[in-house]
Structures are given as C-alpha cells and as structure tokens.
Ligand binder design. Structure first.
Ligand code: DON
Length: 569
C-alpha cells in the first residue's frame, strides 16, 4: 500500500475483515529461543534450526527461504529487505538487501505523455521490479554469522516446495484472486502458481512448486551466484528483454547487499537499534521517540485525548522530515545525525500547539507543490536464540505478489519495489505523492523504504524485537509498540494487541484502529481539528519481548493475522 493508488474504500473492506482480537495471554514463553512469523510452517523451520544448534542468523536464513515458499505474497527470493542483528556483547549491525534501480532506469520513467504518474507501471508487469536483493542479503548475513552448513538452511524450503504445502482457505482464496486478476496476463505466473487443471484452488489442496524447488536447490548447492549469474539470472534477464523490462544480466551480476551501521537512539534507559537509510524507518522512529520522551506520557492514559494528540502531531512532523530528507545515502546526503538528535526533537516539540491539530500543508509549504489524493503484504519475523542473539527481519515484494511476474521456469515472483521511488520529480501533493530530490530514481539507487526492523535493549540485554508490514504505517506501528513497552510498561501481548495509530503528514488524516478508543475521545480530537478515520487493522508485528525479571522471552505473534505462530526449538 506504499504510495499506491488503492482506494481507501477497498482498503477498509480488506482491513475490517480481520478477526477480532482475543483476550489476554502472555505469549509463548521460552528460555531456549523463539521464532515468530506470520506463517506456522516457516516458524517451525526456524525453530528446527535453533534446535539443531543453529544461531538466530541461521534460523533467520532458513525462515526467510521457507516463507518464500509458504507465504509467496510477501516472503520472497525476488524482492528485498532489511535484517537487524544484535549479537550478545558486540555491536549490532544491519544488513541492507534492498532492491536497486536497474542501470537503464530514469527519473521520469513512470510518467505518461501528459506528465502524470502512470501507476499501472509500478503496480504489475516487467517495468515494476527493482534488482532483487534477498538472496545476496541472506548470504551476507550467513558470511558474517552463519554456523550451520548453508545447504541445511536452504533445504527445508526445497522440501516444502517439492512436497507441497496444504492450502488454508485464506491462502487458496488469495491465490485465486491473483490468478484470476493481476497474474492473468502473465503465462509463466499462471504456470507456476495455478492448478494444473486450470481450476481454482480450494482449502486442503496441496500446492507444489517444482520450479521454485529447482531454484532453491540451485541456491542450496551453488550459493547466491546460482541466482545472480546462472540460469536463474538468465531467465530473469531474458524475460525482461522480451517483455520490455529493464533488468539485465549485468544488473543482476553486480548487485551487492551492504552491511550498514544501525540507527541508534535512546529512550531513558533503553537503547533503540533500527534500520538506517535506504529505510526511513529507523530515523523516523528515533526522531519520534526523542520527541515524546520528555512528555512522560505514561502519567496519562495511553488512549486519552492529550496523549493521542501528541502522538498524531509527532507523526505529522517526523513524516514531513521523511518527505524532505530521506533517500539512499549512497546517492544523496541524508542528515541522519541531525534528524535523530535530541535537540532537533526539542525544537519541533516546542512548536507543537498542545490544544490544536497542526496544519500539514502550512508546515510543508516549501516542498508541497500540488493540492489534490496502502494490503499488509510485506512480512516481518523476530528471532531470539539461546545465547541472546536477536534478529529482526522485514522483507517484501512491495505489493502482495509484487509485480505478479514470475521469471519463466524459476518460480520466482519479482517485486514491484520501483513504486517506492518518488515517481514525479518536483511534485509533492496532498494525496501522499512525494517529489523531493532525495528519493528520485537513478540507476543503481535503492528506493526509500519504511521497513523498520527494530531491537530494543537495556543494559546490553535484549528487551524487544519487533517490526511490521504496512508501507508507511510500518514506522507508526513500530513506534506504537516500542512506546507501549518503554514508556507505558506494557507486557508484550498488551503492546502488540493495543490499538495502533497512523499519520503520515499528507494526506492529513489520522487513522486509528477501532478497538479501545472511546467516542468521547474521538470527538474531542475532532474538535481540536484532527481529521480522524477509524479502521479495523494496522500491521502484522510478530515480536519477542523478554521479561527482565525472570529472563523469560515471550513470543508474541500478532493476532491480527490468522495462522501466525511463535515456535520454540
Ligand atoms: O519498503 C517499503 O516500505 C514498502 N515497499 C513496504 C510495502 C508494504 O509494507 C506492503 N504493504 N503494505
């Protein structure tokens, strides 16, 4: 849903179909590690790796490969993402395996003849994908920390693809929707993900993915080069050449994942560790936490009018800074240090009116050029091992099933991440399109992300591992969960269940989850000038919270997604 043209009505219909949240239970306790993902087979694959003596990074690699089979809407080989790793007693680090623009990409490649953004070009099809990063990213994580043989980390996914996965009703319906609609014009996609007899899938059917199994087996034996220089790369490049796409063999051969220094912040005694550019997530998260830290919001109720007002205004300002400054640091200067400083937060805070909603358009007048117009398909998992090593990983194809294009004979669904670039240079509008220079398209550049895989520590010990899908809502989902823990002292279950809030500067609208906020509070906020929308569901934040007193870790699957699971080794 990141800056895409999905209608709000459609989004609300999807969002409101989520099951209501059940009552309190503390999460799955463990002293020997946890793997928490959106899908039970993948959680179990990760936990089995921990059981065999693998560490959190081994488990993360196996889990990510498994999700590419069992959760193809977002788990992937043909997309990209970010992994934040906190090993015990050493500095944390981040792996950036974000997609990059192909060498022939241009800043205006998504404009039509009238100069308007042609959103169809980044919704589906061969022009939508960036150069995939996932396989190189998992390899880089492996080279830094892997301990079991690489093959053993990929083979569980090979097995799942070969032997097949029994479809739940939800999975069957999701595939049928795509096969009948956005995959329908891509024969290779229908061949890979459709039923052999052309009939719709039903719950209980077994879906086998032999092409994907062959691809995964090649990666298991040949490593990442099998994907980036072998027959898989050839298939991607050939399909691109035939169908007017831009990705070449050279683009694939030269793709590299990067090790990055995480964004570090503090919230009183807590240490915040999150993703640096090309994600905007860590910078915005730390900026928002700095902004509210001196307010001692826990002195009031979590969901009262005053707290929510501050939390909306905080988001409004941080997202304006995001629109102004954030992009790929390898291409543009991003003032990371200034944006995450306590003094920057102080100066913004002092300009916030405690009784009235801010004016997004007035605040951003310098970059706003036009007045006029996000499914949860990305996936986050959290892992902790027995030694205390934590992994927080969010990866994505951007929209559900990405570009809907499968590279012939590979089973690999390619992403549509190019839509995360600013597609119209110079046009920033009230609908949420951003046209500032930092995130314009350039060859080889990484598109700006909102993914916010995050780890919180206290006195060097892991307290919280979290992250979420949801496009720009991701940053706010993570901010809410972190704040629920570090300010409001909630348990992991309470922190993940609590109603979430979204505001992204423009469109000037605060979206709040339905459960738990009273009508009276909503009315008071409206009277202060807030444009409020109440909706059913935001994000899918599979998290781990460690109880400091007992030392027990709790796996907190986000119950907003049916089937999500916390597995213990
Ligand atoms: O990188 C990003 O921020 C987006 N491509 C993530 C997309 C996402 O979360 C999809 N679902 N809403």
């Amino acid at each position: 849903m990141h800056s895409h043209g999905h209608s709000l009505a459609l989004f609300l219909a999807v969002a409101c179909s989520a099951a209501p949240l059940a009552g309190q239970e503390p999460g799955v306790p463990s002293r020997s590690g946890l793997v928490v993902t959106t899908e039970p087979f993948a959680s179990d694959v990760g936990a089995a790796i921990l059981r065999r003596g693998g560490n959190a990074v081994d488990a993360a690699i196996a889990t990510a490969f498994a999700l590419a089979v069992t959760h193809p809407a977002a788990g992937n080989l043909g997309g990209g993402g970010f992994m934040v790793i906190a090993p015990p007693h050493t500095d944390p680090l981040a792996i950036d395996y974000r997609e990059r623009a192909p060498g022939r990409a241009t800043p205006t490649m998504y404009l039509d003849s009238k100069g308007a953004i042609d959103r169809s070009l980044t919704a589906t099809g061969y022009l939508a994908p960036g150069v995939p990063g996932t396989v190189r990213g998992l390899d880089l994580a492996y080279r830094r920390f892997g301990s079991l043989p690489w093959r053993e980390l990929v083979l569980p996914a090979v097995k799942l693809a070969e032997e097949g996965v029994v479809l739940t009703d939800r999975f069957a319906q999701s595939l049928n929707r795509e096969l009948a609609d956005r995959m329908a014009s891509y024969p290779a996609s229908l061949r890979a993900y459709g039923r052999a007899d052309g009939q719709p899938w039903t719950a209980g059917d077994t879906i086998r993915l032999p092409d994907l199994a062959r691809t995964l087996r090649a990666i298991a034996t040949g490593g990442p080069d099998a994907f980036y220089t072998g027959w898989i790369a050839d298939s991607i490049a050939n399909d691109m050449a035939i169908h007017g796409g831009l990705i070449t063999r050279e683009d694939l051969r030269t793709y590299q994942a990067h090790e990055r220094v995480p964004i570090r912040g503090t919230y009183r005694e807590y240490e915040i560790i999150s993703m640096p550019p090309p994600s905007s997530g860590g910078v915005a998260l730390v900026e928002m936490l700095n902004l509210v830290e001196p307010l001692h919001l826990a002195q009031g109720d979590r969901l009262n009018t005053e707290t929510l007002h501050w939390l909306i205004e905080t988001r409004r300002r941080a997202f304006l800074d995001r629109a102004r400054y954030l992009g790929d640091q390898d291409y543009v200067d991003v003032p990371v240090h200034a944006l995450t400083s306590k003094s920057h937060a102080d100066s913004i805070r002092s300009a916030i009116d405690p009784t009235h909603a801010g004016d997004s358009e007035a605040l951003g007048r310098d970059i706003l050029t036009v007045r006029d117009t996000e499914s949860d398909e990305t996936t986050h998992f959290s892992i902790l091992d027995r030694s205390g090593m934590a992994v927080s990983n969010t990866y994505t194809l951007e929209g559900g099933y990405g570009s809907h294009v499968v590279a012939s004979g590979t089973g690999v669904i390619l992403n549509n991440e190019m839509g995360d670039f600013n597609r119209k240079p110079g046009e920033t509008n009230t609908g949420g399109d951003i046209g500032t220079p930092a995130n314009l398209i350039a060859p080889g550049k990484r598109m700006l992300s909102s993914m916010t895989p995050t780890i919180v520590r206290r006195e060097g010990e892991v307290v919280l591992i979290t992250g979420s899908p949801g496009g720009r809502t991701i940053i706010n989902t993570v901010f809410d969960i972190v704040l629920n823990v570090v300010e409001f002292g909630m348990s992991g279950r309470e922190a993940v269940d609590a109603p979430r809030l979204h505001h992204q500067w423009l469109p000037d609208r605060a979206v709040i989850e339905a459960d738990g906020v009273s009508e009276e509070v909503l009315e008071q906020l409206r009277a202060m000038g807030h444009n409020l929308v109440v909706r059913g569901r935001q994000g899918d934040a599979h998290s781990i919270l460690v109880d400091r007193k007992s030392g027990i870790a709790y796996g907190i699957n986000d119950r907003r997604s049916e089937g999500s699971k916390a597995s213990v080794p």
